[in-house]
Ligand binder design. Structure first.
Ligand code: MN
Length: 242
């Protein structure tokens, strides 16, 4: 009995060392580095967005779902470096797809959580409001289109307001899973998660109700800041025509 317990304990200790050591264990032989990503903390309390988003959803969504994407991203970084060092090209193609899925999952969740706040909602002002009016006609027209795009996502995905610097314009895009359908070279400045894990505990199958509720927690100053950061990149052909 004692030996059996010792054996189990040593397996557990060995597994803990492996899990802990894995991201740092690789020695890049070709000059690459393995980046270690961390789960960002929420910029508010778990219950801050109630009644629109329940504390239970926020805990699960951030601590379990986003955390899983961060873990998947770290795993992909590690496996990619290993596959490159070993010249295993079939594995590289698989892990690059994992990198796209988990890396995009992490990035979109970070933006989604950062762009919400309590006592928020309403309408944007300043440059963001002007650009929305220019590209969509009015705030109401934009809101209708964004909500319809969110309701129309088939299966799991996102709707995003993106800035495309080459076209000097805002677009609404649907993103399937976390990475498919994005407009190349565009910068997401506001995203809405319509995966079922984002709302099912509270809204069950009523996705339209989830979308309507979410507008009450949109942090417009944060979205405006994202647009002004995205504008700091001015492509050559746009600056040449100014
Ligand atoms: Mn999510």
């Amino acid at each position: 009995m004692f030996m059996r317990t010792l054996f189990i304990l040593s397996i557990v200790a060995w597994a803990a060392v492996c899990v802990d050591a894995e991201p740092q264990a690789i020695n890049a032989t070709n000059g690459g580095t393995v980046m270690k990503h961390e789960l960002p903390s929420l910029p508010y309390a778990y219950n801050a967005l109630e009644p629109y988003i329940s504390e239970d959803i926020m805990r699960l969504h951030h601590d379990k779902h986003q955390a899983a994407y961060v873990a998947g991203l770290n795993k992909a970084e590690y496996e990619l470096q290993k596959a490159r060092d070993e010249g295993d090209y079939a594995a590289i193609s698989y892990w690059e797809r994992q990198l796209a899925f988990n890396g995009s999952g992490d990035l979109l969740h970070t933006l989604f959580f950062r762009d919400m706040a309590s006592s928020a909602g309403g309408e944007p002002s300043g440059d963001l409001a002007d650009q929305i009016k220019k590209d969509f006609g009015s705030f109401d027209a934009f809101k209708k289109q964004f909500s319809a795009a969110a309701a129309g996502v088939e299966g799991s995905g996102w709707v995003a307001l993106v800035w495309q610097p080459e076209f000097d314009k805002l677009y609404i895009t649907q993103i399937l899973n976390h990475q498919n359908g994005a407009l190349s070279g565009s910068q997401p400045i506001m995203v809405l998660d319509v995966w079922e894990h984002a709302y099912y505990l509270q809204y069950q199958n009523r996705r339209a109700e989830w979308i309507e509720s979410w507008w009450n927690v949109v942090n417009w100053p944060s979205v405006a800041k994202n647009l002004s950061s995205a504008r700091s990149y001015v492509p050559e052909r746009v600056s040449a025509s100014m």
